[in-house]
Design a protein around this ligand. Structure first.
Ligand SMILES: *Cc1c(COP(=O)(O)O)cnc(C)c1O
Length: 428
């Protein structure tokens, strides 16, 4: 396999785009090498500029749960396009999408569409602050909620009361109201809530942490968050940008049976187009402008072409509950096979899997916290990644991202990825 055409354009790209990309992880910095420049996708396959074919386990980082170029979604987009790309005025499709979401997702009555997951989270946090009149929010180390200022924080020295920026350009002020707790550790949340009584507007969590690999919530963790939020009068926000419509039609609330006060969506909700949304009960959502005092707006929000793509994909998911058993079964099969191969070849490995998400970590120890994820041998991951790429398996180019199993993956695709992994693990 060669990447000569990708390499040539990557050289050009690095002159005009920081790192040659428009989102950092695409640059392959964590694994080294040349990122293949993609020209086309169909079903579970993608092709790059050099004509290499891959089975894709990224799916645009989650959105493409039905696979690439899914004909009904493409047709819906083409049909919508014929009438124009944007009006900045209400369209009926926005109402259709909102009604479908209210139907699919538990505990929500109203929705506001935005253009990305980042925007959904940023807006939901403002709503939580607006309705509670409190400033602080609690997030979890290793959970990613997009790149808004308040979410780019690390636990600071005075971590019980104040976070520190973890990106240049984020002010102390913006980071200072964000507190950082430990995933799967209720005591760490309780300590923050106790130290900041009546100051915390919301606890925001990825119900399955899927931006530090894949770390499922332990039994009682999400239930415990619900209880703590109720006891302290703050809102529980599920960031379902990955888990929404992926774990189940109703996302993590349905999958785990735990209610959130606000949910944020992105990725799958747009079917591959740039869409995000936040949603909740009427009593909260009515506080958003123009009915309430919390301002939030968007020139392209509810864009008709994006809505058409999202609606069609969601409608198909709504009509096919069996898809969720199917993707979970395929993910379980892959996880089992990886564990067997690792054992056979004496490679230390822990494979976490939840629904259609999985992640192999190169460590013997169980991975249930952010600290555990950091024990993975990143050199082994690099070798695994490049070995898989060479064998036509396109995985996320970082240890700390999920492997996404989609409806489009065939039984043969799963057998192929398992066989490739077995061959690669034999060389480690
Ligand atoms: C991807 C992601 C975001 C950010 O969404 P963008 O559309 O990239 O802005 C937020 N939260 C979670 C959980 C994500 O995985």
């Amino acid at each position: 396999m060669n990447f000569r055409a990708s390499e040539a354009i990557f050289t050009r790209a690095q002159r005009v785009l920081p790192g040659g990309v428009n989102s950092p992880v695409r640059a392959f910095r964590a694994v080294g090498g040349i990122p293949p420049f993609i020209v086309k996708g169909k079903g579970s396959r993608i092709w790059d500029l050099d004509g290499n074919e891959f089975i894709d386990f990224v799916g645009s980082w989650g959105p493409l749960i039905l696979g690439h170029s899914y004909p009904p979604v493409l047709e819906a987009v083409q049909k919508a396009m014929q009438n124009g790309l944007s009006f900045g005025a209400p369209t009926a499709m926005e109402v259709d999408v909102a009604e479908l979401l209210v139907d699919m997702v538990p505990n929500i009555e109203m929705v506001r569409m935005v253009n990305s997951g980042t925007e959904a989270v940023m807006s939901a946090l403002r709503v939580a602050r607006g309705v509670t009149g409190r400033d602080k929010v609690i997030k979890f180390e290793g959970c990613y909620h997009g790149h808004s200022d308040a979410m780019l924080v690390a636990a600071g020295s005075g971590a019980l009361t104040q976070g520190e920026p973890n990106s240049a350009g984020v002010t102390r002020g913006a980071a200072g109201d964000t507190l950082t707790a430990q995933f799967n550790d209720l005591a760490s949340v309780e300590a923050l809530l106790d130290a900041n009584r009546e100051q915390v507007a919301a606890v925001i969590v990825e119900p399955v942490a899927a931006n530090m690999g894949v770390v499922p919530p332990e039994k009682g963790f999400l239930e415990g968050l619900r209880r703590l939020c109720d006891a302290h009068g703050c809102l529980l926000i599920f960031d379902e940008v990955i888990t929404g419509f992926r774990l189940a039609r109703g996302g993590a609330q349905e999958y785990f049976g735990v209610r959130a006060d606000l949910v944020t969506f992105g990725k799958i909700i747009g079917g591959g187009m740039p869409v995000g949304a936040y949603a909740g009960p009427r009593c909260i959502m009515e506080k958003v402008a123009p009915t309430g005092p919390i301002y939030q707006a968007g020139t392209l929000s509810g864009n008709p072409v994006a809505m058409a793509a999202g609606y069609k994909q969601l409608e198909i998911l709504q009509a096919n509950p069996g898809y969720y058993r199917d993707v979970e079964r395929k993910a379980q099969a892959m996880a089992h096979s990886l564990r067997d191969s690792a054992k056979k070849h004496g490679v230390p490995m822990t494979v976490n899997q939840c629904g259609a998400l999985l992640c192999p970590y190169f460590t013997d120890e169980p991975v249930r916290t952010f600290a555990d994820t950091q024990k993975s041998d990143l050199n082994q991951f690099k070798q695994y990644f490049h070995g898989m790429l060479e064998r036509g398996m396109y995985l996320a180019p970082s240890q700390f991202e999920a492997t996404f199993i989609n409806v489009s993956h065939t039984e043969e695709d799963i057998l192929a990825v398992c066989a490739a992994a077995d061959a690669v693990l034999a060389t480690l």
